[in-house]
Each structure stands twice: as C-alpha cells, then as structure tokens.
Ligand binder design. Structure first.
Ligand SMILES: [Zn+2]
Ligand SMILES: [Zn+2]
Length: 162
C-alpha cells in the first residue's frame, strides 16, 4: 500500500471525529511508518508529543487499536512487557529478537508461506495469520557475552552453537 492510499483511508475515518483527530492520526501513522524498527505505545507517544504536545496517551492507544482493525498496522509482542507496532509490511516478514540488547531483526521466510498453504490444502485449516518469533543473541551480544563474565550457561549455549 502506498503512503497516499494509507493517508486517504485514515482521513475517511477521521471525518466524524473532526479534523483535529484526523491530523493526530496521520501524525501517529507517519511516525510508525518512519520508525526504524518497532515502536511501543510509549515511544510513539513521546515522539508524537514533540510535534503535538496536546496529544494524549489514550489517543495513541485508541489510534493504534483503529489502525490494527483496519489492517494498517501490525501488533507484535516480543517479550511479555510491551506490545510493539509497525506498519503492515508489503512483504511478509518475521522477527528475530535479541535477549541481550533487545534489538529486533527481520527476516523473510518463504517456507512459512508454504506451510500455510500446505495446511489449508491438507488439513482444511484456513490460516489467517502467523507469528514467527525466534529468540536468541545477536552477533554483537554473543561477542560481548563471551568476552565478559557472563553466566556460564549462556556462554555454553553460545559456544555449542558455534
Ligand atoms: Zn543483541
Ligand atoms: Zn517487523
């Protein structure tokens, strides 16, 4: 979906509540779109407030819910603490989450797509969504952990893999 298409859909939605909230929603969507990575509601709120100090956290939550319902934004939960958001990507991707630095890396997985169609073919199960999230340590964190006096169990795990 192009940026223009996205903006149009949001402005249609915004007609009832008035111009004010339309602009707020557009700003929020712009920030999510421009963000490198996956923002949580709080980070989104902080960034949005720099440009619109009157914007409230509940507006952020309400808008996120709306974006999600419209399929404009995807919600992920990489750890139990926070939900994170990103604009729905054109090409489906999945996530690698680093336990060390919290970085989230993205990867594409054609075999996951194949599994989905195979399941619907063979089991008659219609898959509507899939979340693949792999957890571990990025290369930087592995180096740091090995160099530091990190937990020997973690070290072992990393060394075994090597
Ligand atoms: Zn890391
Ligand atoms: Zn992502």
């Amino acid at each position: 979906m192009t940026l223009k298409a996205v903006t149009n859909r949001v402005s249609i939605l915004g007609k009832k509540p008035g111009r004010h909230s339309t602009a707020q929603r557009q700003l929020l969507l712009e920030i999510i779109r421009g963000a490198e990575g996956h923002l949580d509601a709080d980070e989104l709120y902080q960034q949005a407030r720099q440009r619109r100090p009157a914007l409230s956290l509940s507006t952020v939550y309400r808008s996120l819910r709306l974006f999600k319902e419209l399929g404009l934004v995807e919600e992920h939960q990489f750890d139990d603490a926070r939900r994170r958001y990103e604009v729905k990507p054109r090409i489906r991707h999945y996530h690698l989450v680093c336990l060390g630095c919290g970085r989230v890396l993205e990867f594409q997985c054609p075999s996951a797509e194949r599994v989905k169609s195979k399941l619907s073919r063979e089991e008659g199960f219609r898959v509507t969504d899939a979340e693949v999230c792999l957890i571990g340590y990025c290369s930087k964190c592995q180096e740091q952990l090995l160099a530091s006096g990190a937990d020997t169990k973690i070290k072992q795990r990393i060394a075994e893999r090597g």
